[in-house]
Design a protein around this ligand. Structure first.
Ligand code: GUN
Length: 282
């Protein structure tokens, strides 16, 4: 069994991003990322903090617009409009989820697609589906890079994606399909999850359910990508896979933490550089 080391690969990518930023700075270009954080969900606040810190380390200018959960939609749209027009900003990211009274689709569609470094605007979603150059959502993008790093080619493989969110499951399935895998997408209404996971060569799971994937649900030599992040009673972080009992059956598996999580941040930085270069015609 080989551990897919996202921490090591993310460091490599972040070092490369840092070099790219230095080169851009020689041409008087400093990439900029604007993050909008609404409310005080502890997990969202923690992610935003990590994103800002990573920007700083890479030499990317970043600004966080923190807003109370009581804010109205118009005020968020005003900030997005300002960021769309701000020439120093290359990437705009609205941390999700948003409070219930805010229409997430309206917010995401207000972001200039050329600054949509999360790849959540329907314009970029469509381009990914069509296999065109686009901003690719950071988490599934990170998974694809991790597979590439370990020479795992999804072509012709049976892949089971568990979870069908717009942020992870759907773009994950799309990228794998574009890479010529045969993809099953399972979700909360799937009749028999085990029937799908048991025949999979690769399982990508990210639904936030501790120990969802158990030993008897996977075949020998399976490759497992655990995108889940769950905090358990003792305060530690675990994924959606019963790692202790499943890992010995795997040919490759991502740990939690240290697998997909660090890749997400690295790919966001990469998307921000891509945007800065695109926008400056480099
Ligand atoms: N919430 C959970 N994951 C993400 C992400 O990748 N981007 C944003 N904007 N919000 C998230």
């Amino acid at each position: 069994m080989t551990i897919l080391d996202g921490k090591a690969l993310s460091k490599k990518i972040r070092d490369k991003v840092k070099n790219d930023v230095e080169t851009l700075q020689h041409n008087n270009i400093t990439p900029g990322l604007a993050v909008i954080l609404v409310g005080n969900d502890p997990a969202s606040s923690a992610y935003v903090k990590m994103k800002s810190k990573a920007c700083k380390e890479a030499g990317i200018y970043s600004i966080v617009h923190e807003m109370p959960s009581s804010i109205n939609q118009e005020n968020i749209l005003e900030i997005i409009d300002l960021m769309n027009k701000n020439q120093n900003i290359d990437g705009i990211l609205v941390q999700l989820p948003l409070p219930e009274h805010i229409d997430t689709t309206v917010i995401l569609e207000a972001i200039d697609p050329t600054k949509d470094v999360d790849g959540f605007h329907p314009y970029n979603v469509g381009r990914v589906v069509a296999g065109l150059d686009s901003f690719i959502p950071a988490t599934p993008y990170g998974v694809m890079e991790l597979l590439k790093e370990y020479d795992i080619d999804p072509k012709g493989k049976d892949v089971c994606v568990v979870g069908a969110s717009n942020i992870v499951g759907k773009p994950m399935a799309t990228l794998l399909l574009n890479a010529n895998a045969t993809v099953d997408i399972c979700h909360i209404y799937t009749k028999d999850l085990k029937e799908h996971t048991l025949k999979a060569d690769i399982i990508c799971v990210g639904v936030g359910v501790v120990n969802l994937i158990k030993e008897d649900m996977v075949k020998d030599d399976v490759i497992i990508i655990d995108i889940g992040i769950n905090r358990i009673e003792d305060g530690s972080l675990v994924g959606d896979v019963d790692f202790k009992n499943v890992s010995s059956k795997c040919s490759y598996i991502t740990p939690v933490p240290g697998g997909v999580g660090p890749m997400t941040i690295a790919m966001l930085l990469k998307n921000t550089i891509k945007s800065a270069k695109n926008r400056k015609g480099i």
